[in-house]
Design a protein. Structure first.
Length: 341
């Protein structure tokens, strides 16, 4: 039987790609988003690609009464994937209370409603940022969590703890998914990262520079102790990431889960430097990127990448895309955006 899944942050970058993966795996997603960092028009693309109409609620999850309406109208929701959050690390240091209020109140509301309405599975978007500085990579899920260097990072650490504590008191089970660096776009070229706020992550900065939205880009530091002096990260294609959510849901709904709350790293398991990313982009786009090397960006960690064995072994997750797929899809998406496709 097909199961209804509530996707919070459903019009956002990772949420919208997950809607597609859920439909492709016979789930019926319902989307909720307040449009703070995304546009509802992405649902038209999802519908075009899947042939399925998406039920969507334009609601702020910090409003518990409005949020409850979703459950009253859909009392048979089996699982929740909770993407909705504010995610700009730098901004969170300027307006920390906004981040704490939005990310934690919306989480607590949706958790309480999950229990009240007998939801079985609660999947949460966490981040490798919970590991903090100073851990040796590849990092596995048992690594201790260090001090989070931003209020955003703290909201992810607090959220994880709130979910673990609350799950013990409920009948549902939860999964914490710690993403490394999501990047890339849907292979159709119809959807990708399209934030209302300015893009700050490496891949969109590269494609925006190549298309001419930015004159040039800065590589933040070339004096790290890495193979070419630039920072190392684990870039994971957004479609592979989306699929891990479907697998995590199936894992819980098929009663395979042993722990009340389980944790999985989602990264490709390989680290690439900033200069290697730029070279990969130049190769697939056959362009020369206008970049210069600047100072280190405060707060950047030298190197971090995932040990993803647990997700592979237990969820059966097999990421299919490599860095070239990430760059190719991101570049096609950037060009299509500029043509208003
Ligand atoms: P996104 O900004 O594209 O999507 C988040 C969505 O949540 C947005 O559409 C926003 O409008 C919505 N939202 C925020 N607060 C809301 C509220 N109170 N009520 C309803 N909707 C609300 O971000 P994304 O990249 O798709 O990230 C999704 C999740 O993954 C976030 O929790 C983020 O912290 C986490 N994450 C992202 C990354 C990344 O680099 N993209 C890495 C690790 C973790
Ligand atoms: C990647 C690398 C930069 C832009 C952030 C969050 C993290 C998680 C993922 C949510 C770094 C370098 C970047 C540029 C550059 N998000 N860079 N020039 O910082 O690893 O992680 O997104 O949970 O919490 O902190 O990602 O894409 O910003 O940077 O040289 O213009 O690219 O220094 O080494 P980051 P990023």
């Amino acid at each position: 039987m097909t199961k209804k899944i509530l996707v919070t942050g459903g019009t956002g970058y990772i949420g919208s790609h997950t809607l597609i993966d859920l439909i492709e795996n016979q789930f019926i997603p319902i989307s909720v988003d307040n449009g703070y960092n995304s546009d509802v028009s992405v649902l038209k693309k999802v519908e075009q690609l899947t042939g399925h109409k998406i039920k969507h609620y334009n609601i702020d999850l910090c409003d518990v009464n409005l949020s409850e309406q979703i459950f009253i109208e859909n009392p048979d929701i089996s699982g929740i994937i909770h993407f909705a959050a504010l995610k700009a690390v730098g901004e969170s240091t300027e307006i920390p209370l906004k981040y704490y209020k939005n990310n934690l109140i919306s989480l607590m509301n949706i958790l309480e409603l999950s229990d009240k309405y007998n939801v079985k599975a609660f999947i949460f978007s966490s981040s490798c940022t919970v590991y903090g500085e100073g851990q040796l990579s590849p990092i596995d899920e048992n690594a201790s969590l260090a001090w989070a260097s931003s209020p955003y990072g703290s909201t992810k650490q607090f959220s994880e703890q709130i979910i673990k504590d609350y799950t013990l008191t409920t009948h549902f089970q939860s999964v914490l998914l710690r993403y490394f660096n999501p990047a890339g776009a849907h292979p159709s070229g119809l959807m990708g990262e399209s934030p209302k706020n300015i893009a700050l992550n490496l891949v969109p900065v590269i494609t925006e520079t190549a298309i001419g939205k930015r004159q040039k880009m800065t590589v933040y530091g070339e004096d790290y102790d890495t193979r070419d002096g630039t920072c190392i990260r684990d870039y994971i294609h957004v479609c592979d990431l989306a699929n891990a959510h479907t697998l995590a849901l199936q894992y819980v709904l098929d009663n395979q889960q042993i722990e009340k709350t389980d944790v999985f790293n989602l990264g490709i398991g390989e680290g690439l430097t900033v200069l290697e990313m730029i070279k990969a982009f130049e190769k697939i786009s056959k362009t020369s990127l206008n970049y210069f090397v600047g100072k280190r960006r405060p707060g950047d960690i030298q190197a971090i990448y995932a040990d993803n064995k647990k997700a592979r072994d237990i969820l059966g997750w097999k990421p299919k895309n490599n860095v070239e797929d990430i760059m190719r899809s991101a570049w096609i998406w950037e060009q299509n955006k500029s043509k208003n496709l």
